[in-house]
Design a protein around this ligand. Structure first.
Ligand SMILES: [Zn+2]
Length: 78
């Protein structure tokens, strides 16, 4: 799959790099997350957890996205 590759730490987990863009000042940056499949009792949602470079887990890469240039939280990913 594009954008996914082996973790450099050799844990076998997938990592995915997302391109972020600030809607206020147009700054762009990339951030790599470790993608961890969560147990799904319902078997239909295929939930994922994203762990950022600081080890913080979140449900989407946008959960804690803040522009480093202007501090805006109006950030898009894609
Ligand atoms: Zn900004």
């Amino acid at each position: 799959m594009p954008g996914k590759n082996e973790s450099p730490h050799g844990t076998g987990n997938l990592t995915e790099t997302f391109a972020f863009r600030c809607l206020d000042c147009a700054t762009t940056w990339n951030r790599t997350f470790e993608v961890i499949p969560l147990p799904d009792p319902a078997g239909c949602l295929n939930p994922l957890e994203y762990v950022d470079e600081d080890g913080r887990a979140m449900r989407t890469p946008l959960t804690d996205a803040v522009c480093a240039a202007c501090g805006s939280r109006k950030v898009r990913v894609g």
